[in-house]
Design a protein around this ligand. Structure first.
Ligand code: MN
Length: 268
């Protein structure tokens, strides 16, 4: 082996990682890239001098393009300023949410029958998902479904309080709107580490709920109609460790019309 081919190994690994974007890189995607880079570094036994002169190919095969794709936001990245800053929205949507989708699609690559299922169905029926991929589905399809709901129930405008059937149900099941907001805030604040706080429909009634990581209330038979992401990636750039300030700000962005729609759908 000549010195130049020896030197090329770390460079091609580094390039493979850079191609995925250093901070957005996901474990599965980087493993694919590293594997491809490592393969590039080792001359095949049958390699001819002519093949050695070929320019380096792409670092890794592209990740599967489905079954899930990144949904577009219903608002601009800067629309939720100042409560949620533009950089946080961009990173959260284009990197974090996208990474869950890439990893979900990788997990589902060899399970075409599941491609017809919705994300919600996979979570509701997580016990029917093959054991070899159930953790990856729980984390990544969960991450996809949770973020899709989160983006949907945020808005820069909209009514500041629920009305109609949703308001009546909140009064019936959670005392009143103010009390519901307090309970939702407590669920956000008492979630240790990463997770979510939810307003759910369970047995036709509303309840406040919290899950760790990217677990979904769907896994427990409850239907989330409102979710607040309390992972640090949701707020750390602007709020650092002040989760309570973020929770207060994001609660003011809730699109109660969308939550009411989801409440109606959840009742069936
Ligand atoms: Mn998130």
């Amino acid at each position: 082996m000549n010195p130049s081919s020896r030197l090329s190994a770390p460079v091609s690994r580094r390039d493979a990682l850079r191609a995925f974007g250093a901070s957005a890189v996901t474990l599965a995607a980087s493993m694919l890239a590293l594997r491809a880079a490592a393969a590039d570094d080792k001359p095949a036994a049958s390699e001819t001098p002519k093949e050695k002169e070929k320019p380096a190919g792409p670092a890794a095969p592209p990740p599967p393009s489905g079954p899930f794709t990144l949904p577009e936001l219903g608002f601009a990245y800067d629309a939720l300023e100042p409560a949620i800053d533009t950089a946080t929205m961009q990173i959260h949507h284009k990197r974090h949410h996208q990474a869950y989708i890439i990893n979900a699609n990788i997990a589902l690559k060899d399970h075409p029958k599941l491609h017809a299922w919705s994300a919600e169905q996979m979570l509701r029926d997580i016990k029917k998902v093959p054991g070899t991929i159930s953790t990856a589905v729980r984390n990544n399809v969960g991450g996809h479904a949770n973020h899709t709901l989160f983006w949907d129930i945020l808005t820069p405008g909209g009514p500041k309080e629920p009305s109609g059937a949703l308001k009546s149900a909140i009064d019936r099941d959670l005392s009143n709107f103010g009390s519901m907001v307090v309970k939702l805030g407590e669920a956000c604040m008492t979630r240790f580490g990463s997770g979510w706080a939810w307003l759910c429909v369970y047995n036709k009634k509303l309840s406040i709920y919290s899950t760790a990581n990217q677990d979904s209330p769907l896994m427990d038979g409850a239907t989330p109609i409102l979710g607040i992401d309390v992972w640090e990636h949701a707020y750390y750039l602007k709020y650092q460790n002040k989760r309570a300030e973020y929770v207060k700000a994001v609660t003011g962005l809730i699109n109660w019309d969308k939550v009411a729609e989801r409440y109606k759908q959840a009742l069936g």
